[in-house]
Ligand binder design. Structure first.
Ligand code: PLP
Length: 470
């Protein structure tokens, strides 16, 4: 295998400059006011006091977001990239990319243990990231935030710590059928281990969680309800706050999978009443490998460590180990320091926009896309819940989803095809696979038009698309 030349992946030099003010909040992690290629030798140490998320967001337009995303200015197969695979991962603003470069170029150090200046600065930046995540989620404080690799690891952490300690034979875990596999499989494994019962909550024909069935399934046996705040395959946004309040009446805890929610609308974990909330940075314009778990302070205090090692202890002897307070006792080993720096830059970038305006824009784009796609001959949209994020899962008569995705790719349009890690949700619609276009704040109606035009050409090719990928 040859290693690709990464210099060929450089963004084109003609990337437009942004009109969005610098919200990186970290000195030495350049925004607009800084040179585009930071002089890493003169980059300044992190100023955690400046890391609080912006309080006065600026007006939003998709163009003001697009100019910050270098990758959107590349071509794929000779066409400008149309990135409609945002539910899989989002593209990164230059503020995030530059933050990573500035950290490794000027501020790299391990955290929490060092006696020197750079260790202190890196620690302050890492903990500023925790405070920013707490603020972003409306959490009680930074101590409620555990850094993890992503949503999957957050859910597994809860299963392995809180779950193992609190579940036993005869207990129920309620999980709606629309969940991502990462909000099913860890509970299935835990149920097997503890001899608890995993209970699927059925869906209505249009892809909502059946609220009557949910109310019927709740009982004094229910220990945990695990729900997504937005479905990655149906787009459904369930009434999580009401479902949480109902679960609490039975004394059950509620874990909310926010992987698909956080990029689309503001979240307030205290208002939701969530006991746990999980998200992944990479679906929120931040790097891969970093995410966060929120746990309500009373619940977090009861959680035992799940991995042992450095960073999570107070003192160690062969006779006895004592642990650091939460959240550190759940973060064994060196954390993903640059990931947290990148996450902080991403949060600053996203919250620099008026988020209500972002949500309104995405809802409008979703409505436009639904109508435009719905008019493509043979195209069937999957899921029709009234409250949805901008996820459009579809089938096209006579074409298998992989062919559809490959055809679109020839036009530079990236969509996903397959089971979307939500096989039970697709099975509810009698499907094993489907294609999915998922939108973000930087997508435009022109890109939707290109998607629709390409799909129409595929249908007009009379199935030739199957044999002749252009
Ligand atoms: N939950 C939902 C709703 C998702 O869409 C995803 C990823 O697609 C996950 C969980 C898992 O996220 P990650 O792979 O980043 O851990």
């Amino acid at each position: 295998m040859t290693i690709p030349d990464v210099t060929s992946l450089r963004a084109p030099t003609a990337v437009p400059q942004t009109a969005v003010p610098d919200a990186s909040g970290i000195a030495g992690i350049p925004g607009d006011a800084a040179p585009r290629s930071p002089d890493l030798a003169t980059a300044q140490p992190v100023d955690p006091a400046a890391a609080a998320l912006p309080r006065q967001p600026v007006a939003f337009s998709p163009e003001s977001a697009r100019v910050d995303i270098p990758i959107l200015h590349r071509t794929v197969n000779g066409h400008p990239l149309v990135w409609l695979d945002n539910a899989a991962t989002t593209q990164k603003p230059r503020q995030v990319i530059e933050a990573l470069g500035a950290f490794y170029g000027a501020a790299n150090s391990n955290i929490h243990r060092g006696a020197h200046t750079m260790a202190r600065e890196a620690t302050e930046a890492y903990e500023a990231g925790r405070a920013a995540v707490a603020q972003f989620l409306g959490a009680e404080g930074p101590e409620s935030i555990v850094f993890v690799r992503g949503t999957t690891e957050a859910i597994n952490l809860v299963a392995q710590t809180w779950g193992r300690a609190n579940l036993g034979p005869g207990d129920d875990i309620l999980v709606p059928v629309l969940e991502h596999h990462s909000d099913i499989v860890p509970w299935q494994m835990l149920a097997k281990e503890t001899r608890a019962r995993l209970v699927p909550v059925p869906l209505t024909p249009d892809g909502q969680i059946d609220q009557d069935a949910y109310a019927d399934l709740l009982s004094s046996r229910t220990q945990l309800v695990a729900i997504s705040q937005a479905s990655n395959v149906l787009g459904t946004v369930p009434p999580v706050k009401e479902m949480t309040a109902l679960a609490h009446r039975y004394g059950a805890k509620v874990l909310v999978d926010g992987a698909q929610a956080v990029a689309h609308f503001p979240v307030d974990v205290q208002d939701l009443g969530a006991d746990f909330y999980a998200f992944s940075g990479h679906k929120l314009f931040a790097p891969t490998g970093i995410g966060a778990l929120y746990a309500r302070p009373e619940v977090l205090q009861e959680m035992a460590p799940w991995q042992g090692g450095g960073n999570m202890i107070e003192s160690v002897s062969f006779a006895e180990t004592t642990f650091a307070p939460a959240p550190h006792l759940l973060e064994a080993g060196t954390g993903h320091i640059s990931g947290v720096i990148g996450l902080l830059a991403a949060l600053n970038w996203l919250t620099s926009f008026d988020r209500e305006a972002v949500t309104a824009y995405e809802n409008g784009l979703m409505a436009y896309a639904q109508q435009a796609l719905g008019a493509v001959p043979g195209l069937e949209l999957i899921g029709a819940a009234p409250e949805r994020i901008a996820v459009l899962t579809f089938t096209l008569a006579g074409q298998d989803p992989a062919t559809v995705a490959a055809w679109l790719d020839q036009d530079g349009i990236a969509v996903r095809a397959g089971h979307h890690c939500a096989q039970p949700a697709l099975a509810h619609f009698g499907l094993e696979e489907a294609a999915r276009a998922s939108l973000a704040l930087y997508n435009t109606s022109e890109e939707v038009d290109q998607l629709v035009a390409s799909l129409r050409r595929l249908q007009e090719s009379g199935g030739e698309g199957q044999q002749t990928m252009r």
